[in-house]
Design a protein around this ligand. Sequence first.
Ligand code: PHE
Length: 351
Amino acid sequence: MEEELLNIKNNAVSLILDAPDLETLEGVKLQFLGRSGKLTVAIKEITKIPQERRPAVGMLANEVKTTIENTIESQASNLKSQVSKKIREDIDVTNPGIGPPLGHLHLITQAIEEISEIFKSIGFSRVRYPEVEWDWYAFGALNFPPNHPARDDWETFFINEEPDPKYGPMVLTPHTSSGQIREMQRIKPPIRMLNLAKCYRRQSDVSHTPMFHQFEGLVVDRGISITHLKGVLDFFVKSYFGEKRQSRIRPYHFEFTEPSFEVDVTCGVCNGRARLPDGQGCRLCKEGWLEMGGAGMVHPNVLKNGGIDPNTYTGFAFGWGVERVLMMKEGIEIDDLRLLYSNKLEFLEQF
Ligand code: PHE
């Protein structure tokens, strides 16, 4: 019996120390200490041996049990610390983590900031005026005769409201020129305004969206002439598009400027040559020039409507589209302008 107990002990201890993981160890424990485990069974056998030998065998059996239990316990704690060491080794804290996804400013917001900075650097102050506006600010005070069809050129949205006896119908402003009169009412000359705001027109195709942005410059002071307009225009073109690009002004007609111009910039794709290096015609421009928008010398009637004496002061104004100048920038080719406002991340993430 003693021999059997010592065998059980040796056998158990070696199996315990060989156990490679906690699961195997649990199996060994059951094999010896479980209800029908080897040691449990042996202990039950003690009742069958002669009375006088029982105490000695009983003590030995207890010793064996304690040894097995202690060995299991220490092996278990060994295995546990190996596991946590392994986990620690598997985690390389010097690895770069997975960063949270970072967004960026919308393409149009980037353009708005860039344009604003360029004009700020030559003394323009940025303002914004109402998007829901009276006909008088959008047209009437800008020298459009009452009910004159020239308003149709602006494809205006009208608001379903009673017209004001003095200011006429309410509209969604179709151009930032409505800010000219508001600025003249706000401050006396010298005026150097950049009105950058949303405009609305009934239009939607690959190069037009019903909502878009314009930036309107207005300069009113003593002795302002076309050369000032051309200087500011060139400064903007070189700053925004790059030194290589040229600008030109060509005669046009607006009710609120006299003389009026359309402003063109050399095409960034063919560099103003109208032909590509392979001899093919440029697919983007007409004869090397791209149209940027309108400009002109403020009409004397407009100055009068803004409370400014046209005999003392003169001024120039221009109004160009943010989306338009963005599309004219080199390297930005957007097939459909409406994509800009589609909130499609696959598109927006490219910029
Ligand atoms: N408001 C005109 C447009 O939307 C542009 C313009 C602004 C023309 C200022 C002359 C002076 O087309």
